[in-house]
Write a protein that binds this ligand. Structure first.
Ligand SMILES: CC(C)(COP(=O)(O)OP(=O)(O)OC[C@H]1O[C@@H](n2cnc3c(N)ncnc32)[C@H](O)[C@@H]1OP(=O)(O)O)[C@@H](O)C(=O)NCCC(=O)NCCS
Length: 267
């Protein structure tokens, strides 16, 4: 069940203290039974307190989002479609039909990153569901997603990027392979307005961590354009060189990360 993770009235105030406030009046620090004894003078304590306070990271745009991740559900196809249209050129984006197929056959290989939001200024707000019944105006708004399937191949092929047609036999080549040991990421995308805040990085790290715990695959693979190779390398993927996949016009690099599943009973 969707959850409200951080109540609005319980958000810590992490605003940095101004640089020139060392001489400002600070209330004397008190313990449970009265003032705490200290060998420092009150002035020295104030200076030290203000220096420590300034070292705290400034509040970022991401702090306000309180992002959280969870697997996608079929009712979120429209939100995913909005994200695909906002982030990929037409020849590279997944169709609504493909999104629907992938969430339906292997929802455990999907992950969404969300914020709880009451406004309508986020592209996916209109297609989002309420967070909880007590506050229907507050929605669980999708900001980014990962959508994947499994393959018996070691890297992503064009057949993996395709989906079976409705009249295909069950053993048809395209689409998800339940017995495959390679997870193919078809889509990693974050709404443009929320890019550059670490959400893409969080999605990949959370997704790989889940795969490790679920022990459902030996590796995770994707095809990427050259400019994103450093992004994926920094997240533990290795380049395997040019891909044979011609999806969306080709020109892809195969990226693979081995998954070391913790064995049962491991510490
Ligand atoms: C690629 C994408 C998912 C990254 O998401 P994001 O939330 O913007 O990325 P993050 O903020 O988590 O960035 C993490 C790091 O990657 C770097 N990075 C992000 N996008 C990058 C890009 N296009 N090229 C190179 N580096 C990039 C960031 O500088 C950051 O580095 P840092 O940790 O040293 O600061 C997002 O830009 C996107 O949706 N792009 C359009 C769709 C797409 O191309 N998807 C990938 C398909 S293979």
């Amino acid at each position: 069940m969707p959850q409200e993770l951080v109540p609005e009235n319980n958000i810590p105030d992490l605003r940095p203290i101004e640089a020139n406030d060392e001489d400002s009046d600070q209330p004397q620090q008190e313990g449970i039974d009265g003032p705490v004894e200290s060998s420092m003078s009150a002035d020295d304590e104030n200076i030290m307190f203000n220096r420590l306070a300034r070292r705290r990271a400034p509040r970022s745009k991401r702090d306000d989002l309180h992002p959280y991740t969870q697997t996608l559900v079929i009712s979120e196809v429209d939100s995913c479609n909005i994200i695909e249209e906002a982030t990929f050129p037409p020849q590279e984006r997944a169709s609504k039909e493909k999104i629907q197929y992938r969430i339906r056959v292997c929802p455990e290989l999907t992950l969404g990153i969300y914020t709880s939001h009451t406004g309508s200024d986020i592209a996916t707000a209109s297609t989002s569901a309420p967070v909880y019944s007590g506050a229907p105006e507050r929605k669980q708004v999708l900001l980014g997603h990962i959508i994947a399937t499994k393959t018996t191949n070691a890297v992503v092929t064009d057949d993996d990027m395709a989906i079976p047609s409705p009249d295909s036999p069950p053993d048809a080549t395209p689409g998800h392979k339940e017995l495959g040991r390679t997870v193919c990421i078809h889509s990693l995308a974050v709404l443009p307005k929320f890019q550059g805040q670490g959400l893409g990085k969080t999605l990949i790290k959370a997704f790989v961590a889940r795969l490790q715990v679920q022990d459902v695959a030996e590796r995770v693979a994707l095809i990427a354009h050259e400019h994103l190779v450093p992004f994926y390398t920094a997240l533990g993927f290795e380049s395997q060189g040019p891909s044979k996949a011609q999806f969306g016009g080709g020109g892809w690099i195969d990226m693979v990360q081995q998954i070391s599943a913790p064995g049962i009973g491991d510490d």
